[in-house]
Design a protein around this ligand. Structure first.
Ligand code: SAM
Length: 504
């Protein structure tokens, strides 16, 4: 158990949920840097030093270590329960390149650590006190290599202005009473729902509050506890965070929320003149949060990285590889981009998808396909961006190796992650039944696979949950798993085979 002195207002009674996040992996962060004409860390594919601050169970770090045998990966978290699982899994999967430290950030500062190419802190910065935030900044200042990239995500103002009063209620009432933090957070939300139902003025006519209260039943209670119970919960303005990062000699690169990375998708003609009149990039970004009413940011910063001229940027992009996350036949050419739908149906888009159907390719390799002979780079750039925003392709490392052993360990630990590792240097997020089908199913017809899935749920002693996290039993469970299995076969199975996640 972590001591009160270490936690400083962070509610660390129960473990966090156990997730991999592709948005802060090196391949993805390099892509964000290039979208912003910034030189990513200069390195060989699959070879990097990476540190995850507040790594939770370390699923991102572990997956990266498995997928990139030449990388050195570290995770720091002050909850020993988290670090124990990470270390156990690293040992089971034979990952000598993964190192987990049960330390507070303050203690991490005293540790003899290497200089990192990437330091990430996801889901921490706005959940801790100002002192702890300063430790995060100091850690980055001390341990980020020149040319390195830092990623920091946090709840953002002004989009959280409406939810702050709800968080205050939940953290106040959730601290009291019986039960563990998951039970208490649900009881506290129940109280807020009752207040909402009687037309409480501070809560009514606020669409963001309505959305939050509506989403509670779909969320994992342990996530809700980590998100809402802290006394230090403080959504931040981008402009303040950028000033704090400047203390670590960091310059803002761009956002890892990919649709917002390109102003064509977020800034209307009526906004442009106002933004263009602002003197600095940081102010522009600050005001864009008002235009979007942003409530969460994923900021990417660099330490002294070179700004690339357009030709250099295109040449760097040409060396980067992408892989399909969905079967080529299932690619949707009407893509979700933020709240909008963008159609990319065209011979060029099909040529890109066909090129990737056979396996990951660099942008230069895609461009060299005969079908691409007359397609300008700018079109390929846009198609790749839209396919990446809609999560149908992903940037990859193209390392050599196998992630089979790690994926077997995830299965042996009752699917303790939400992603499987690919020898291409990244993980791919999947739902629980998809993870089961990808790691364990031995084929057969649809009914046999569904029967196998039901057995697998029984083996790990977990209920079948639908998309709303409602428990299903009997025929309802079978019907749901039938739908999921057909969709998996139609949309994902081949792509996962091509990525080396599913055995051929
Ligand atoms: C909300 S969780 C995020 C976990 C993981 N990064 C993710 O996004 O899935 C925040 C993590 O930071 C850890 N943490 C909070 N304050 C910390 C501190 N001062 N030192 C070290 N770890 C801390 C918590 O134990 C927790 O695992």
């Amino acid at each position: 158990m972590t001591t009160d002195d270490q936690t400083r207002g962070y509610v660390a009674e129960e473990e966090y949920t156990s997730d991999y996040h592709h948005v802060y992996t090196p391949a993805f962060l390099d892509y964000v840097a290039l979208l912003n004409s910034v030189q990513p860390p200069v390195r060989e594919p699959g070879r990097f030093r990476f540190c995850d601050l507040g790594c939770g169970f370390g699923m991102t770090a572990l997956t990266l270590a498995a997928a990139n045998p030449q990388a050195e990966v570290h995770g720091i978290d002050f909850m020993p329960e988290h670090v124990e699982l990470s270390n156990r899994m690293a040992a089971q999967a034979g990952l000598a390149n993964a190192h987990f430290h049960a330390l507070s950030f303050a203690q991490g500062l005293e540790k003899d650590l290497p200089m990192f190419d990437y330091i990430v802190a996801h889901g921490v910065y706005s959940w801790v006190t100002g002192d702890v935030r300063a430790e995060v900044v100091e850690f980055i200042r001390r341990f980020l290599a020149p040319g390195g990239i830092a990623y920091i995500s946090y709840n953002t103002m002004p989009g959280h202005a409406q939810t702050a009063p709800v968080q205050k209620l939940v953290s106040h009432f959730g601290k009291k009473g019986e039960g563990d933090s998951s039970e208490r957070v649900l009881k506290a939300f129940d109280f807020v729902q009752q207040l909402h139902a009687v037309n409480t003025r501070a809560l009514r006519d606020k669409p963001v509050v309505d959305m939050l209260l509506h989403s509670v039943s779909r969320e994992h209670p342990r996530y809700l506890a980590h998100e809402y119970l802290h006394s230090a919960w403080e959504p931040r303005y981008f402009i303040d965070v950028a000033a704090e990062m400047a203390k670590a000699d960091l310059t803002y690169v761009g956002t890892a929320t990919l649709f917002a990375a390109d102003e064509r998708f977020t800034v209307g003609p009526e906004h442009k003149a106002l933004l263009d009149a602002l003197p600095t990039r940081v102010e522009r970004e600050f005001i864009k949060d008002y235009l979007l009413d942003a409530n969460f940011r994923r900021d990417v910063y660099s330490r002294g990285a070179r700004v690339l001229a357009p030709q250099e940027r295109d040449a760097e992009l040409g060396k980067r590889a992408f892989a399909l996350r969905v079967n080529a036949s299932a690619v949707n050419y009407i893509c979700q981009v933020g709240l909008a739908e963008v159609g990319i149906e065209s011979p060029a888009a099909h040529a890109i998808v066909n090129a990737l159907a056979a396996g990951a390719k660099t942008v230069a390799e895609i461009m060299s396909a005969p079908a691409m002979a007359h397609v300008p780079f700018a079109i390929v750039y846009d198609m790749l961006l839209i396919l990446a925003i809609s999560e149908q392709i992903t940037p990859v490392e193209r390392t050599r190796g196998t992630a089979t052993r790690f994926n077997a360990v995830v299965r042996a630990n009752n699917y303790c992650s939400n992603a499987l590792a690919s020898p291409l240097g990244v993980g791919i997020e999947l739902s629980l039944p998809e993870m089961m089908l990808a790691t364990g199913a031995t084929g057969g017809n649809l009914e046999e696979q569904v029967a196998w899935l039901l057995g697998e749920y029984a083996r790990i002693n977990k209920p079948v949950l639908d998309a709303e996290r409602q428990t299903l039993v009997g025929d309802a469970a079978t019907a749901w798993l039938r739908t999921i299995t057909s969709a998996y076969l139609q949309r994902k199975h081949n792509a996962l085979q091509t990525m080396g996640i599913v055995a051929p």
